[in-house]
Each structure stands twice: as structure tokens, then as C-alpha cells.
Ligand binder design. Sequence first.
Ligand code: NAD
Length: 362
Amino acid sequence: MAKIIVTGGAGFIGSAVARHLIENTDADVVVVDKLTYAANLANLDPVSDSERFKLVKADICDAAAMDDLMKSERPTHIMHLAAESHVDRSITGPSDFITTNVVGTYTLLEMARQYWDGLDEAGKEDFRFLHVSTDEVYGSLGEEGLFHETTPYDPSSPYSASKASSDHLAKAWFRTYGLPVVISNCSNNYGPYHFPEKLIPLVILNALEGKTLPVYGTGSNIRDWLYVDDHAKALWLIINKGELGETYNVGGRNERTNLEVVQTICDELDAVRPADKPRRELIEFVADRPGHDQRYAIDATKLETELGWKAEENFDSGLKKTVRWYIDNPQWWEPLRKSVYSGERLGLQKPSQDKQNSEEKV
Ligand code: NAD
């Protein structure tokens, strides 16, 4: 019987994975989450009553807690999604990114290795550790080309550098210790339950409330968009069928400029929830993000041909579903907008939060 630990399972993608596992497999699921600002237990409401579901509040940097977790839960699989995930926050305060993404991943890998070492041969054979990462580790593309699994790493932001470090650690634990690790690198996710600091939910909610819609620079930066439920299915496939030590890129083949994304949201909202004036008039161009990568685009051929995955949503169908979900679920996002994050600009290059903190201590 499979028992899956999902780290970061109260966040955006981790909760989609937990919901997918409870709703579509027989596996037991243990969500392990520190419950930072980005977590939301309401993301797990659809599955939290299941007898196969359990939540453990813990920090992946806490070696003793991770050791206890392995011994008490005895997982067959670990799907590692816990991370600090917002590029803009990594620019103003990189410290948490290094701690959780690098030291936390190291701690989890090491505690998983010690647990795995003690399993019998069959248990060792069956065990899998999936490390979930981002296409941002590959840096920025020009007008042509795609990221392949063999593209050299060239991260630009503190976030992507911390994720690149964690990918190297995961690979090293496979090569050095034989821990059964598989790695995935995906493009930008979107969909329901997305914390409204990220572009798509921020724009949907600002547009619904008639607020300005900030677009960084000229809006020409290109991202490849992946519907979160397609990603959750891909991760379950990769951990079960992926070759050990290998990397699989996950992307939706949906390249859009940021301006196109914002305009599409405006048009969709105008169609389903008309306002006094076209919402495109709310668009405001603001100072660009420092170190803003120009273009990301993923080649998901390996995942599609070797493991048989295919995205079910294209950008238009996925965005329609997402806009509808935010319109139908104000009880989910209103408390977040009031008390956790109300939409102010993040990530401008002010004196770093870390520097300020250390100066305050002095
Ligand atoms: P998220 O910020 O929504 O959720 C992260 C979760 O991790 C939160 O629930 C948080 O409480 C938890 N967490 C943070 N620090 C922790 C710690 N020290 N110990 C235990 N739990 C901790 O992030 P997301 O968007 O769901 O991303 C999940 C993973 O996918 C991350 O590893 C991220 O780097 C990766 N990823 C995300 C995207 C995207 O578009 N969202 C794209 C590529 C890769």
C-alpha cells in the first residue's frame, strides 16, 4: 500500500497533488507543511475528511522532526514541494529561500536516506523521492529555442539559484548514495487555490475589484503556462514511472507574453462579469523586476513520449476555469486579501530585508 508524504502540501501545487492523490488513487497521504504565509488549510478542505489523509505541521529544516516523521509514517514515496516560491519576495529577503529551499531540501534528503538505508530490499526497491523544481533554473531564453532537460543551469534570481542548488543536492543524493530520486522542472503553474501574490490570481482579483492591473516593464516577458491539475497528474506519473536519477521537464506548450495574459483575463472577465468600462483600461505599466528573465519555454517531449503524459488544458480552457473558480469562491480569497496579502508591490530592489534585520539586531 502506497503512503505518500507530500511536503508543502498546504500550498498551491502541493494541495493540488494531495487532492489528486486522495481523489484518484488508493494511496495514503501525509501532508507535511510548516504553514507559512503561503499555506492555506482551506486548500485541503475537499480531502481533509478522508481516512487516508493526514496533516503534520513541521519544518523540513528540522532534522529531528523529519527523522521522527520517517520513522512514524514509514513512507513509500516522498513528493517534495515545500519551498519559498515567490521570486519577488526572494529579491527583498533571500534568507528564507536559502534556508528552506537549500538547507531544508538537504535535511529532507538526508533523513530520507537514513530511513531508506534501514528498509529491507523490497522496501528499498519500491521507495521513491520526487524533487519538484522549476524551469527558472535554466535562466532566460532569447526569441528562439526551448529548455531541454540537458540545458545548462543559469539561474538569475535568489529564488531560482536556491532551487538550482536543491536540484544539484537531489541529484547528488542519487549519484552518491543511490537514493531513488527523480527530478521534475516545470513552467509557471496557474489554476484554482493560487495565492493572490502571483500574476494570474492577482490580476483576476484586482480586475474584479476595479483596481489597477500592474504589468512589469513593457509586459513583453514570456512565460509558458501549465494548468496546476495537469501538473499534479504529471508528478504522480513521474514518481511512479520516471527513470531514477533522471529529470523530466513539465510544460503546457502555452507561451504568452505577460501583457497577453493580463489582456486575456480582462476579456474573459468582461465576458462573464461585465463592468462599467473594459478592464483593459485598468492596465498600468510599472517598474520592471530586477533581473527579470525575458522568456521561458519548456520542451516536454521526454515526459510526453517516454511516460505518455499530455496536458489536458490549453491556456484558454484553463484560464476560463480559473477565472470561474475565483468568481465562485470569494470565501477562499477574501480573507487572504484582507489579512495576509492585499496586493501591494513586492520585489523592488530596496535594502534587503535580511540586511535590515541584521542592522536592527546590531
Ligand atoms: P507555495 O508557495 O504555494 O507553497 C509552498 C508550501 O511550502 C507552503 O504551503 C508553505 O507553507 C510550505 N513551506 C515553506 N517552507 C517550508 C518549510 N521550511 N517546511 C515545510 N513546509 C514549508 O508554492 P507552490 O507554487 O505550490 O510551489 C510548490 C513547488 O513547486 C515549489 O518547490 C516551487 O519551487 C515549485 N514550482 C512552482 C511553480 C509555480 O508556478 N507555482 C513553478 C515551478 C516550480
